[in-house]
Design a protein around this ligand. Structure first.
Ligand SMILES: Cc1ncc(COP(=O)(O)O)c(C=O)c1O
Length: 380
């Protein structure tokens, strides 16, 4: 990626840099890779809610997967059609449900029977009917980090298979809800399509079983999870959307007229963003050299939270390569971006880029240590 270094020198660090042209290219690839018009992509806003990015995503025609009232409001403020918003999340509050129903969102992804009852009660009180997709826990191992595996039976997410029949019946009894679909999500940063193929098999079996009982679904939602190449962002700036969608086209038996929904987050925005940080000090340890930078885990928590890897580049250094532990200023031992990072020799004042940071970066920033939140710079 070509970074506008002169612009960077004028900005207060740390900040997120977003390349809108790469985002557009990514969205274009999504739209061109969709096998047919029954495939609908909702952007999982939890990955990044920067309003500049939301505008580009809306223009590309995607809907939104929201997990809070705040995200629903941000989607409405960004001009998304309410009917293209789905509301997911394991603990929706009454206030959030009212906001969603009042706005006329497309549907709720429901995670439990008590939640279904509350939505029905609030919808009845408001004189509306809520469209419901039941989130099923398919008990599939996505072979990703255990903090981002969500489809195993022991996870808190979704309705376990043995309870599903009962909750489907409940939908028919309750006056304020209409069952329109089934929803699944097996995890995130999945780079091999085999778990998705397995998910399709589960869905095929479930659909056949429900049809034999006279229950049909307008839509199937397979969640998100497509991974990106954190190691080689320049070689693979755009994920293989075609291979991903084709895995569903080849394995999932959609019924005539049935829609297939996706909730992609990371794969849409990760590669277009980098965290830009300035080197404050280079410090020699006993056996190591530390590059102490002005960004910390408060700006990008993924390495501390998931042991995640972000490629680091020295954008302004000129010397030979050397190894550094790149660490932040926060008073926590986990505030380490990378150990033994091989970087062009680092000096005080150098600008470093932490690549592939557009997803689950800025949005997860906190004010711990009473630090300022990172800014953002968006380039066309
Ligand atoms: C239910 C649900 N849908 C979609 C997503 C987005 O996943 P990803 O960013 O991996 O595409 C998540 C992420 O945690 C999720 O929990």
């Amino acid at each position: 990626m070509n970074f506008p270094i002169d612009l960077f020198r004028k900005e207060r660090t740390p900040f997120y840099y977003y390349d809108k042209s790469l985002l557009r290219q990514t969205l274009d690839s999504i739209n061109k890779s969709l096998p047919n018009s029954s495939y609908k992509v909702h952007y999982a806003m939890k990955a990044n809610a920067n309003s500049h990015l939301l505008e580009v995503i809306r223009q590309a025609g995607l809907g939104v997967d929201a997990v809070s009232g705040g995200e629903i409001q941000a989607a409405l403020d960004a001009g998304f059609d309410a009917r293209k918003i789905v509301f997911a999340g394991v603990g929706k509050s009454d206030e959030e449900i009212e906001l969603a129903l009042g706005a006329g969102i497309g549907n709720f992804n429901v995670e439990s029977e008590p939640e279904l009852e509350v939505i029905s009660e609030i919808a009845s009180r408001m004189g509306v009917v809520a469209n419901i997709a039941l989130r099923v826990n398919p008990n599939i191992d996505a072979h990703t980090h255990h903090y981002i595996t969500t489809g195993l039976a022991e996870n808190k997410f979704g309705i376990n298979l043995e309870l599903l029949d009962h909750v489907v019946d409940k939908c028919r009894e309750l006056p304020g809800v209409e069952l329109v679909g089934l929803h699944f999500h097996i995890g995130s940063q999945i780079t091999d399509n085999a778990p998705f193929a397995l998910l399709c098999e589960r869905i095929n079996a479930l659909q056949a079983e429900f049809e034999s009982k006279g229950v049909t679904f307008k839509s199937i939602n397979v969640g998100g999870g497509l991974g990106i190449d954190y190691e080689n962002p320049d070689a693979n700036p755009v994920p293989d959307f075609k291979g991903y969608f084709d895995a569903f086209a080849a394995n999932l038996k959609l019924r005539p007229g049935q829609e297939l929904h996706f909730e992609l987050g990371r794969s849409v925005v990760a590669q277009c963003g980098s965290l830009i940080t300035k080197v404050l000090y280079v410090k020699n340890g006993t056996s190591k050299r530390f590059a102490i930078v002005d960004a910390g885990m408060t700006d990008l928590i993924r390495p501390a939270l998931y042991q995640a890897y972000h490629k680091i580049e020295n954008l302004t250094g000129t010397g030979a390569k050397a190894k550094y532990d790149v660490v932040g200023p926060i008073c926590e031992s986990s505030d380490v971006f990378q150990e033994n990072a091989e970087l062009t020799e680092v000096s005080r004042g150098d600008l470093l880029a932490l690549r592939s940071a557009g997803a689950y970066g800025e949005i997860m920033a906190s004010r711990y240590n009473l630090r300022r939140l990172p800014g953002s710079l968006v380039n066309d």
